[in-house]
Unconditional design. Structure first.
Length: 230
């Protein structure tokens, strides 16, 4: 439990490796913790019930939190190096960007403003330095994305200046970054229009995939930040 309180979530494979136990032992331990309501079981792993998120009942979101977490953390660590004093940053509702928010909670930055549509990041903000500022966008709640979307959120963005935007996507091919959610695509396009610098933060699983809605041309980003080269 002490390990999980720090990690917030982990896969069964990670538990087996960290504690040098078999799959059967790991699953017995997980079952015991789940009966105590100490953790929530998701496909492939567990999420700590006292974590600053997911703060949602969507199993899809919980499973994405666990999936390929090591790769997401690697990408997030690289993105963290791009954030500096006085920045006004946007963090979207992707689980990769959530890992960046977790890292920010321990960053040595005096002045930072965070704008987000992510319920997970909003809930985590209580762990950030008190002198930081946050703007949480309103709008329609999407339980799959665990975020706000729609015209209210887009309208709020029209009044906001951003020095840097950190967004993710469903897929990145040779031409475009894409998603399968129309409202999310609309919101992210507005974010990118408002930002001085635009960063796509993705794990390498997204390479070569194509979603239904276009977020931006691949060349529309100042950098693609990942655990591996596209």
């Amino acid at each position: 439990m002490a390990y999980l309180k720090v990690r917030k979530s982990c896969s069964v494979a990670e538990i087996m490796e960290r504690f040098s136990i078999s799959s059967a032992t790991a699953h017995r331990d997980i079952e015991a913790l789940a009966k105590r309501d100490a953790v929530e079981r998701v496909r492939g792993g567990i999420v700590y019930n006292g974590a600053p998120d997911p703060n949602t009942n969507s199993s899809d979101y919980l499973e994405r939190v666990v999936a390929r977490r090591a790769e997401k953390i690697a990408a997030a660590k690289r993105a963290l190096s791009l954030i500096g004093e006085g920045d006004i940053i946007f963090l979207d509702s992707s689980t990769t960007t959530y890992e960046l928010a977790l890292l920010l909670a321990h960053a040595h930055i005096d002045h930072l403003t965070v704008v987000t549509n992510s319920i997970a990041v909003m809930h985590l903000f209580r762990k950030f330095p008190r002198h930081w500022s946050m703007l949480g966008l309103g709008g329609n709640y999407d339980p799959v994305l665990n975020s706000t979307t729609g015209m209210t959120a887009v309208e709020q963005l029209s009044h906001v200046n951003l020095t840097k935007a950190f967004v993710s996507c469903f897929g990145l091919d040779e031409s475009n970054a894409t998603t399968n959610n129309e409202r999310q695509a609309e919101l992210l396009r507005k974010v990118l229009d408002n930002a001085d610098k635009r960063y796509l933060v993705v794990d390498s699983e997204k390479f070569g995939r194509k979603g239904l809605y276009r977020i931006s041309a691949r060349g529309g980003f100042d950098a693609i930040v990942s655990n591996d080269r596209p």
